[in-house]
Design a protein. Structure first.
Length: 78
C-alpha cells in the first residue's frame, strides 16, 4: 500500500477495492444519445408486446387442455 500523501489529504485513507487506483470511467458512465422514436416504432413495439402476450396465453391454454386430456385418458383406462 502506498504511504499516505502529505498536505491536505494527510488524513484521508487510501482507496480500497481497486488497488489504490482511481476508478476509470466505463461504458456505463457514458450516456448514448437515443434516436428519436417514430410513430411506426411505437406501433411496432406495441404490436410485438400484444402478440407475445397472446402467445403466452395460448401456451397456457394449450398446457391446461393437454393436462385435462391426460387426466381424462388416464381415467378412461381404469
Amino acid at each position: 500500500m502506498k504511504p499516505a500523501p502529505e498536505g491536505p489529504l494527510a488524513g484521508v485513507p487510501a482507496l480500497d477495492g481497486n488497488r489504490g487506483m482511481r476508478l476509470k470511467r466505463g461504458v456505463s458512465v457514458r450516456v448514448k444519445a437515443s434516436e428519436p422514436v417514430t410513430q411506426l416504432d411505437r406501433t411496432t413495439t406495441n404490436a410485438r408486446r400484444v402478440l407475445e402476450e397472446e402467445a403466452g396465453e395460448r401456451a397456457e391454454k394449450t398446457a391446461r387442455l393437454n393436462a385435462a386430456r391426460e387426466e381424462r385418458d388416464l381415467g378412461e383406462m381404469d
